[in-house]
Design a protein around this ligand. Sequence first.
Ligand SMILES: CC(=O)N[C@H]1[C@@H](OP(=O)(O)OP(=O)(O)OC[C@H]2O[C@@H](n3ccc(=O)[nH]c3=O)[C@H](O)[C@@H]2O)O[C@H](CO)[C@@H](O)[C@@H]1O[C@H](C)C(=O)N[C@@H](C)C(=O)N[C@H](CCC(=O)O)C(=O)O
Ligand SMILES: Nc1ncnc2c1ncn2[C@@H]1O[C@H](COP(=O)(O)OP(=O)(O)OP(=O)(O)O)[C@@H](O)[C@H]1O
Ligand SMILES: N[C@H](CCC[C@H](N)C(=O)O)C(=O)O
Ligand SMILES: [Mg+2]
Length: 504
Amino acid sequence: MIKGLKQLTDLLPAAAIQGRLEREIRAVAHDSRQVVPGTLFVCLSGVHADGHDFITAAVQQGAAAVLVEKDVPAAGCEDITIIKVADTRKAMQVIVPYFFDYPGHKLRMIGVTGTNGKTTTTYLIRSILRQAGHKAGLIGTIQTMIGDQILPVKNTTPDVIELQSILAEMVANGMEYAIMEVSSHALALGRIAGCEFDVAVFTNMTQDHLDFHQTFANYIETKAELFRSLNRPDSKKQGKTAIINFDDPVGKAMAAHAGCPVISYGINSTAVLTADSLAVAAAGSSFSIKGPFGAMPLTLNITGMFNVYNVLAAAGAALAEKIDPAIIRQALEGFSSVPGRFELVQAGQPFTVIVDYAHTPDGLENVLKTAKQFATAKIIVVFGCGGDRDRTKRPLMGKLAAVYGDIVLATSDNPRSEEPGKILEDIEVGLKDALAAGHSAKSYQIIIDRRQAITQAIQLAGPQDVVLIAGKGHETYQILKDRTIDFDDRQVAREVIREMKINA
Ligand SMILES: CC(=O)N[C@H]1[C@@H](OP(=O)(O)OP(=O)(O)OC[C@H]2O[C@@H](n3ccc(=O)[nH]c3=O)[C@H](O)[C@@H]2O)O[C@H](CO)[C@@H](O)[C@@H]1O[C@H](C)C(=O)N[C@@H](C)C(=O)N[C@H](CCC(=O)O)C(=O)O
Ligand SMILES: Nc1ncnc2c1ncn2[C@@H]1O[C@H](COP(=O)(O)OP(=O)(O)OP(=O)(O)O)[C@@H](O)[C@H]1O
Ligand SMILES: N[C@H](CCC[C@H](N)C(=O)O)C(=O)O
Ligand SMILES: [Mg+2]
C-alpha cells in the first residue's frame, strides 16, 4: 500500500503540521523497531513506554513522518514531517483503515466476544463456512489463518495496524469472511477501528482481566461496545445479526445494545436455538439442537456443557449467514478439536490426561465439572495463574480446583514479571478455604516448577484417574521474569509418561 501523506492528513482536519505533505507513505507503524523507509511513525503513550521517546530511532530507520500528541524537539526531525494531534491513538484509528483501503468493508466480518469460548467458537464457525464452500480467514489467540496459510500471533486481537494489514491480506487472497476473536482489551484500546461486523457473537461474561478493567461493570460495558457497533448510523453495511447467549445474566442487555435482529441461544432459557438430550464423555458428546429448522441431532468429537454453548453460538452465526442446516450439521460432526482445548494426551497410560486452556474461574469450573461427569476415580488438577494478570482470580481458582479435584497441584503459569511463589501464595488462600470447608480435595501441593508438578500428577495417577493440566492449552512456552522458555503441557505429559514407562 502507498498513500500520499496529504491524503492521510486530510482525515485529521485539526492536526498541526510542520514540514511538507508531498511525501509517499509506504507503511504505518507505532513501533520504532518496525519502521522501514517511508513509514509514518505513530507515537503512542503506552503502559511501559512512550513512543515519543523513539522518534530518533524511527527517523534513523527512515521514517518519513511522525504523528505525535506531545511537543517534540525539532533537532533531528528537520527532514521529516511532524503531525501533531490531540490523541494519536484515535488519529491512528482513523488513518490506518483508510491506509489499507478499508478491508473490513470488503469482507463479511464475524466477531466473537465474551470471557470464555471465543477461540473455540471461531474455529467452529470457520469449519462450517468452509464446509459451505466459503473462503474464511480467522484471527485469534492461537494463530491467524488466511486460507491454509498460518501466521503467528502476539495478541488475541491484534492492534489496529496489524489487524488492518491482516484483513487487507485476506482481501488480497480472496477471502470472503474474516472470523475473529474480539477481546475486551481490543475494544477498550480501539484495536477494531475500521472493522464493520456483520455478525457479532456473545459467549458469556465472567470474571477476568480486572487488573485492566478495574470493575466487572466496566468489563461488561467494554464488551457491550461490540454490540453497539452493529448499530452505528454511519454504517456501510446492511443486514447485521447479533448471536447472544440468553443463559448468561448479561445476554439480554447485550442484545438490547445491538439494535438489529438477534439469534438467541441457551439451554435453560427460552431462545431461538436450544439444546437437549445432552450426553458427555471424555472423547465426545451428543445432543440435539432445536431451532427454526426443527431438530438437529449431533454426535461430536468435542465435549463438555460449555462446548454445547459454543456449538449453539457457531450454529447461530452460520444461520445468520444463511448456511443450510444440513451443512452446519456435517461440519460440526466432522469437527475434530481445537488445539489445547480439552485435548486428550494419549501415550498408552491407563488413566485420562487432559490439557485445557481454562485460565479463568469459570473456565476452570466448567472443565472440572465436565471431568467430574465422566470420572470414575480421582481427579488430579495441575494449574496455576498468570503473572501480571488479574490477581483476584487466583484464590477463586484455587478454591474451585479444591472443590472439584481430589488432589491439587498448584504450579506456575507464565509468571511474567512476578515472583512465582507470590502468585502461588494467592492461589493457596483459596485452596486453604476449600479444604477448611471440607470440599473434595484431600490434599494440595505447591510445586513451582511446572514440569515437576506434571510429573508428580502422573506419578500419583492410578488406573481410571483423570489428570487435568489447565491454563496453558496450546501454549508452547513459559514466560518467566528474565526469559521465555519452551514449554508445552502436552509434550511434557507425553514425555513424563514415556519416561515412567507407564502402560495400560
Ligand atoms: C495492556 C495492553 O494490551 N498492552 C498492549 C499495548 O502495549 P503498551 O501500550 O503497554 O505499549 P508499550 O510497551 O508501553 O509501548 C508504548 C509504545 O512505544 C512503542 N515502542 C516501544 C518500544 C520500542 O523500542 N519502540 C517503540 O516504538 C510501542 O510500539 C508502543 O506503541 O500495545 C502493544 C502493541 O499493540 C500490545 O502488544 C500490548 O499488549 C500486551 C503485550 C499484552 O499482553 N496484552 C494483553 C493483556 C492483551 O491485550 N490481551 C488481550 C486479551 C486476551 C484474552 O482474550 O483474554 C488480547 O487481545 O490479546
Ligand atoms: N462457552 C464456554 N463457557 C465457559 N468456559 C468455556 C467455554 N468455552 C471454553 N471454555 C473454557 O475456557 C477455555 C478457553 O476456551 P477458549 O480458548 O475457546 O476461550 P477464549 O475466550 O478464546 O479464551 P481467551 O480469552 O484466552 O482468548 C477452555 O479451555 C475451556 O476450559
Ligand atoms: N488471553 C489470556 C490468556 C491467559 C493464559 C494463561 N496461560 C496466562 O498466561 O495467564 C491473557 O492474556 O490473560
Ligand atoms: Mg481465545
